[in-house]
Ligand binder design. Sequence first.
Ligand SMILES: [Zn+2]
Length: 378
Amino acid sequence: MSTSRWVRRPGTWFTVTLALVLAGVLITTLDRGHARSAPPPADATPPPSSTTATPVAPAPEWMRPLRPGEKPPQFVLFSFDGAGSHEHWGRYLSLAKSVNAHFSGFLSGIYLLTDQQRPRYTGPGHKPGAASIGFGGSAGEVATRVQDLNAAVAAGHQVGTHYNGHFCAGAEPSVGRWTAQGWTEEIGQFSHFVDDARDHLGLHLSAKDVTGGRTPCLEGNWAAAFPAMLAAGYTFDSSQPSDGVKWPTRLDGIWEFWMPYVKVPALHKKVIMMDYNLWYQLGHNKNDAGQYTQATLDTYRGAYRAAFDGNRAPLVIGNHFNDWAGGAFSRAAEGFMGEVCTKPETVCATYAEVTKWMSLQDPAVLDKYRSMPPAQAG
Ligand SMILES: [Zn+2]
């Protein structure tokens, strides 16, 4: 497992002048006012009397108990850590819509703070304002991010947490050394940033809607972290490695959606199927002439095929919103999302959806699949 930190200042993703910021705020305000005052189209049904009603999408066909003898859908869980980049949100949101996919963004909480607001965050054992990643940039950049998150929530995607300061081994005290009290402080601050953005920036998300996430660099002392997650009302984590593709397991009240070690055909060995780990093992070059993307796509395809033909365990595709090696891993994730989510018996879903689906199943039927060996790509 990688222990290196990645440092990426989200502010470098955008260049926004003050004029654009003001224009953006104005346009947003005007848009909202326009939406409220515009007459409904002629064929619109009358609005419900409650102004707080949000449209509820009908449950998908697969959200039901399996029929006798029916195999579970092959779930694929695309999940993106950080979830701060406007460019990446835009690309994945439109791609997901085109292939009927849902995915999960694990937000770094300090992306909801402007650079000037950085003293509001104090990582466990760290100085106020310290973090291994950048903060949210300008007020305009944070406002754009809130709009992206709102668009994601409205489209049925899930927002989870990548926590705040991204303190991996080496940035001590790192997440692997935090006590339960440290985790409680970190989660509490994440929740506060989300609710603060809800109250003051128009974020359509509350801390209570966040039910889990992924730890920085997949690190953590689980005996300390899980009680804090449980106390925060979290129901899942997706950080711990498994050998092969394995069904989620309930550990101390939290569903662990494993990060699988899978065969990378180009390397003839197993690597945790996470963009950073693949990048590092493939040679961690700054640029990619196509080999990284191809090697990653081959890895995804092999793992998917092994799960589909084997135990049908949900397949977690872990990525960041990143441009490492010239965007090689984003190209791989986009390519795979584009091809896999429309395959038969395959559903690209969120953690919340898969958790709900599991709760609908006869435990004996799920146990049969759980007892099968973890799927291993050949
Ligand atoms: Zn990360």
